[in-house]
Design a protein around this ligand. Sequence first.
Ligand code: NAD
Length: 330
Amino acid sequence: MRVAVFSTKPYDRRFLESANATRGHELVFFEPRLTTETATLASGFEAVCAFVNDVLDAPVLEALGRGGTRLVALRCAGFNNVDLDASQALGVKVTRVPAYSPHAVAEHTVALMLALNRKLTRAAARVRDGNFALDGLLGFDLHGRTAGIAGTGAIGSVVARILTGFGCEVLAHDPAPNEECRQLGVRYVQLHELFARSDVLTLHCPLTPSTHHLINRDALTLMKDGVMLINTSRGAILDTVAVIAALKSGKLGYLGLDVYEEEAGLFFEDLSDQVLQDDVFARLLTFPNVLITGHQAFFTHEALSAIATTTLDNVTAIERSGSCANELHA
Ligand code: NAD
C-alpha cells in the first residue's frame, strides 16, 4: 500500500524502512503531526501511519476519508487519540501495535522509581561539580515497601515481576485481574486500598473516559504522605493541577512522569531555544522531587523494531484480506 507516515523522526524512518525492505509498501515520510491542517498531505494515500500525538478525531478522519485513505495504522499501543465511532462510520479501518516490548516501558518505569528515590540526577550533577557531600541524597530501600500497580496488562505485569524481584509487597487494581500476577503473589485490591496502602504507585491502565483524571484531588487525599507516584501511561490519567497542589503540600513525596496531559506539540520536539509557554508544565519542572522524561519509555531498539514490523504487517494483512488481528473496533 501507499502509506503516508506522519510525525516522522529519523529513527522512525530508519526502523520502518528496514522493516519494509521485505514487505514492499510505498512509504512516504512527513515530519508534521497529523492535524486538520496537515491531513491533506495524505490525499491519495490508501494508508496513514500515525503516532501517539497525531490527531485522529472526526474532522481529521473525514478529511482522510475524502482523500481516499481507508486504513490508519497506528505505530503505538494506546489509541485514546482516535475517534473509533467516526472511523467506523467512515469505513476507515484502524490497527495498532498492542504489545511491542512491555519490557521497554516497564524498565523505564522502574528507572524513574530508582532515579527519584536515590536522587540520581542531583547526585550526578554534584559529583561532576566536585561536590561529594551526601546531604539531601537520602533514599529508602524498595525492599519491603508496598508498591501499587493500576493496570496489570502487558506492561503492568512486567512491572509487577520486577518489583516482586526487589522484594516489594505488590498490590494491584485491574477490572480484569491477571492470573500470572496472582501466581507471583500480587494481591488485587479496590482502588481506595491501592491508594491508601502504596508507598510507590505506578499507573499502567489505558486512558479512557473512566481513567481520565483517575488521580485527582480525592484520590491524592487517600494516599500516604510522601508517596511516590509514577505515570508512564498517558498524561490525562493524572489531574496535573491537583498533583502540583499535592507536591506543594508534601502529600506527594516524589513524582516521575514520562507523559503529560498537554504533551502534544511539546514532547518529541527540540524546543530548547524557545520560551516554554505551558505554565503548568513549567511549574512541574521547578520541584526538586519531580523527574520528567519526554515520552521515551518505549524507546528501545527492540521496541522500535517490533513496532515497525507489526505496523507494516498490519498494513499487509488489511491489504491482503481486509482484516487484521490488531484491528480496533468502536
Ligand atoms: P494492556 O491493554 O495490556 O493493559 C492495560 C490494563 O489496564 C488491562 O489489564 C486493563 O484491564 C487495565 N485497566 C483498564 N481500565 C482500568 C482501570 N480503570 N483501573 C485499572 N486497570 C485498568 O496495555 P499495556 O500494553 O500494558 O499498556 C498500558 C498503557 O501504557 C497503554 O494504554 C499506553 O497508554 C501506555 N503506554 C505508554 C508508553 C510510553 O512510551 N510511555 C508505551 C506503550 C504504552
